[in-house]
Ligand binder design. Structure first.
Ligand code: P6P
Length: 338
C-alpha cells in the first residue's frame, strides 16, 4: 500500500534539503496548515450553524463581509500571532496590518499577507471558497516592530505562497520557490496528505475564465482576445472564486482574466492578497501572470496595502497569445513590455 506523506512530513523533509532553512518558515507553514483545518471545519458545517450570511460590517475594500470571512480572519490571526515566527499580518479583511508581540522575547522573522476567505459571496450557496496566503521575510530588523514596508514588497520577494480550496475536497497548494505541491485533507486522520506532486500547468488548455457580464466594460484589446477565445470554442468557466478558477487552470490549462473596468479602473483584485500569491504559484508551476499593460504581476511594487490590479494569468502559450492582442489593439503599449 502506498505510504501517505503528510504536509508536516513534507515540509520538514524539504527543510532538511535546504541548508539555509532554519525551521522558522517550516513552523509558519505548519501553523497555516493548522489554521486551514480549523477554517475547513467551519466552512464544511457552515450551513448547520448560524455562521452563514452577511456581517453588518464592510471590509477595507468596501465589500460587505460574510460571517465566515470574519471567522477565518480571526482563526488565522489566532494561529499566527502565537506562531512565534510571524511578526505581523496584513489581511484583506483589515484596514491596517496587525503587529504581533514577541514570544519569549523573540520577534518573528516573517510577515504574512492573507485573504482569509476568498470568494465569500459564494459561501451561502455552497460553492467553493478559498484561503490565499503569502509569506515575506521582513525588511525591518527582527528586534523591532514591523512597519508597513514589510508588507509592501513585490511578489518576487515572496519566500512562500499558496492557497487552500474548500471544495468537494479541501486541498492546500503551496510553493517555497522550488515547485508547487498539493495536499488533500483526509478528514479520517485530520491530515493534509501529499496528493499532487510537482504540479506543472499545461502549456495551453481548453478553458478561459472571465466574468462575461462585464464584457462591454472591458477595453478593446481584452474584448478582442475574449472574442478569440470564444471563436476557438474554448470553454468558459467562471466560478467567482479566484482560487477555484485558478485551481482548475493550474491542473487543466487555460487563462484567467480580470481586466480593468469602468467600476474598477485599476482592476478589482487585490495585489497583495490575491494577485501576488496566486501569480507566484502559477509562475512556479510554469505559467505566466501579467496585468493588462503586460507588466509582470510579481514585479509590481505595491504602494498601499489594499492596492488593486488587473490580472491575466495561466498557461504560458495562452498568455503569449493574449499579449499579441494587447500589442495589436491597445494604444501605445511598448513592444518590449512583454
Ligand atoms: P466578480 C471574490 O470576491 C473575488 O475577490 C475573487 O475571488 C473573484 O475572482 C472575483 O472577486 C469575482 O468578482 O466581480 O466577478 O463577482
Amino acid at each position: 500500500m502506498h505510504r501517505i506523506e503528510t504536509l508536516d512530513e513534507f515540509i520538514i523533509k524539504r527543510q532538511k534539503s535546504h541548508s539555509t532553512a532554519t525551521g522558522e518558515l517550516t513552523g509558519l507553514l505548519r501553523d497555516i496548515g493548522l489554521a486551514a483545518k480549523i477554517v475547513n471545519r467551519e466552512v464544511n458545517k457552515a450551513g448547520l450553524i448560524n455562521i452563514l450570511g452577511k456581517y453588518q460590517e464592510e471590509n477595507a475594500s468596501g465589500e460587505q463581509v460574510a460571517k465566515l470571512d470574519i471567522y477565518a480572519n480571526e482563526r488565522l490571526i489566532d494561529f499566527l500571532k502565537t506562531s512565534g515566527e510571524c511578526a505581523g499580518l496584513a489581511s484583506e479583511e483589515l484596514e491596517n496590518y496587525v503587529k504581533f508581540p514577541p514570544r519569549n522575547e523573540k520577534q518573528g522573522k516573517y510577515v504574512v499577507v492573507v485573504d482569509p476567505l476568498d470568494g465569500s459571496s459564494n459561501i451561502d450557496v455552497n460553492v467553493s471558497v478559498g484561503t490565499i496566503f503569502g509569506i515575506y521575510r521582513r525588511l525591518t530588523p527582527d528586534d523591532q516592530e514591523v512597519e508597513e514596508r514589510d508588507f509592501l514588497q513585490p511578489g518576487l520577494d515572496l519566500v512562500a505562497a499558496g492557497y487552500v480550496i474548500y471544495g468537494t475536497s479541501t486541498i492546500l497548494v503551496y510553493s517555497t520557490g522550488h515547485g508547487v505541491n498539493g495536499f488533500t485533507l483526509d478528514p479520517s486522520i485530520g491530515e493534509f496528505c501529499l496528493s499532487h506532486r510537482d504540479i506543472k500547468i499545461p502549456n495551453e488548455g481548453p478553458y478561459y475564465s472571465v466574468n462575461q457580464g462585464y464584457y462591454l466594460k472591458f477595453d478593446l484589446e481584452m474584448r478582442r482576445y475574449i472574442d478569440y477565445c470564444s471563436d476557438l470554442n474554448l470553454r468558459l468557466r467562471y466560478i467567482g472564486t479566484m482560487v477555484a478558477d485558478i485551481h482548475r487552470i493550474l491542473f487543466q490549462g487555460g487563462v484567467f482574466l480580470y481586466p480593468n473596468t469602468r467600476k474598477y479602473p485599476k482592476g478589482k483584485l487585490r495585489l497583495l492578497y490575491e494577485c501576488n500569491p496566486l501569480a507566484y504559484i502559477v509562475e512556479q508551476a510554469g505559467g505566466k501572470a501579467l496585468n493588462v499593460k503586460l507588466d509582470r504581476i510579481l514585479e509590481m511594487i505595491p504602494e498601499e496595502l489594499h492596492q488593486r490590479s488587473s490580472v491575466i494569468m495561466g498557461s504560458p502559450a495562452m498568455i503569449d497569445e493574449m499579449a499579441e492582442f494587447v500589442q495589436r489593439y491597445a494604444p501605445n503599449i511598448p513592444a518590449e513590455s512583454q
